[in-house]
Design a binder for this molecule. Sequence first.
Ligand code: G3P
Ligand code: CA
Length: 268
Amino acid sequence: ATAQATGQTHHHTVTVAHRGASAYAPENTLAAVDAADDLGIDWVENDVQRTRDGELIVMHDTTLSRTTDVEQVFPDRAPWNISDFTLDEIEKLDAGSWFGAEFQGETVPTLEEYMDRVSDNHQKLLLELKAPELYPGIERQTLRELRAEGWLDHRHKRRLIIQSFSADSVRSVHRLRPDVKTGFLGTPAVADLPEYAEFSDQINPSYKTIDAGYVAAVRAVDGAHGKPLEVYTWTVNDGPSAVSVAGMGVNGIITNKPDVIRDALDDA
Ligand code: G3P
Ligand code: CA
């Protein structure tokens, strides 16, 4: 379907800051949340994992190496898996310098600290459960923390989507809290969409895997809450690609450069 045929205009496309505004500040830090806020972007995406002592933190890779100075601080602890470090140890790490000297001293946020900052900024959260197979029970634990922070209250629920590449994990979130909006990360075959729709409200594919026909096929299926499945696609970092996928009828674009994407959609 074309943009015209679906009635979709570019202005209805949600722009989501991927790992925060991660082209401008170190990914998955409070600075990246604030960088999105400074650009007027209200949706941020993050990745949630668990420390050795059972605390939820925000980081993309399953090891600490790429986005912190862990190899200098703990040289004997290869391969530096998150799950081998306590929160106290992780809080000693610098999660900003790798990106730029001006971010020195930025830390790895706990999920709680991260949610507090998103709340303070009046932003919304697309929360990814990353590698949940490494962290049994992380779905229940994450929902418990979200609930304790008020994120599952009726008036706040529209500010939250939980997504994962693991269908089992998304299904588990849906079973535990059927009222929470969920997304499956990937590009399921069209024939399998009804199965995913039982526990998802969104199908969130790489933009390299989609065309207008696929987006229309997804949106033709009703999701877990009886509304057409939405499509939030990633990771689109240039204006022409954003205009192209918006024309396919996607509902959201996940991007490291939310200002570039928003301006391109505004001008299209
Ligand atoms: O939100 C979509 C995107 O984050 C999925 O890929 O590897 O960046 O977590 P990744
Ligand atoms: Ca992610």
